[in-house]
Design a protein around this ligand. Structure first.
Ligand code: AMP
Length: 217
């Protein structure tokens, strides 16, 4: 299944992506994770991306489109893939459509995680992440078993610099202005399905499973 996960920051895309990956064996491709690892490794383009990420702005289209192009053309995704955090504006969506056409893949599903703004702010403030494997945690609902140590890889669990309160608002505005229009864009293509991201991780995953059960590929 070839799918896109859409929704504001803090909607639970990354968390649900890990569960989908585990249960359905569909690999997650997260532009946010790729960018963060590039920043950490101090690669040339990582250094350039850092100022955008830190201020809650989108990294320039040519950079992220390049990342996705490289991923999708250099690997064969027999069991499909899950794009998490891409596309984030109409230009990226058009570029994706063109790229998929070129490699002969049809998008089956866009899963839109619908969530209240207040809930998002709460979740982002409590969010932590493993700096090594990028596994997401939440200090209220899903803390690491050992304080500040990742359950999976024993990496350091930290707060993302862009989850600080002063950056959160900027990210939400960026989302409203640039990414939200993609909901209608994909709705008009007839491939959008909505999941209400409320309740526990498992409550949301149940909805995800229901939707995935309705998609024939
Ligand atoms: P995320 O982990 O998806 O919340 O992404 C973290 C940050 O990485 C975003 O706030 C952007 O600065 C950058 N980023 C991730 N994906 C994209 C994208 N598709 N286009 C532009 N910037 C992105």
């Amino acid at each position: 299944m070839f799918m896109v996960l859409l929704g504001p920051p803090g909607a639970g895309k990354g968390t649900q992506a890990k569960k989908i990956e585990e249960q359905y064996n569909i690999p997650q491709i997260s532009t946010g994770d790729i960018i963060r690892l590039a920043i950490q490794s101090k690669s040339e383009w990582g250094k350039k991306a850092e100022e955008y990420v830190r201020s809650g702005e989108l990294v320039p289209d040519e950079v992220v489109i390049g990342i996705i192009q490289e991923r999708l053309t250099q690997n064969t995704y027999r069991n499909g893939f899950m794009l998490d955090g891409f596309p984030r504006n109409l230009e990226q969506a058009e570029a994706l459509s063109q790229l998929l056409k070129e490699i002969g893949i049809q998008l089956n599903l866009v899963l839109y995680f619908d969530v209240d703004r207040e809930e998002v702010i709460e979740r982002l403030s409590a969010r932590r992440i493993c700096e090594k494997c990028q596994t997401p945690y939440n200090m209220v609902s899903k803390p690491p078993k050992n304080d500040k140590i990742c359950d999976i890889c024993q990496g350091r669990v930290i707060q993302r610099p862009d989850d600080r309160p002063e950056v959160i608002m900027n990210r939400l505005n960026t989302y409203e202005q640039q990414t939200k229009p993609l909901v209608d864009y994909y709705r008009s293509q007839g491939i959008l399905k909505i999941v209400v991201s409320k309740g526990s991780i498992d409550d949301v995953f149940q909805q995800v499973q229901k939707v995935l059960g309705t998609i024939s590929v």
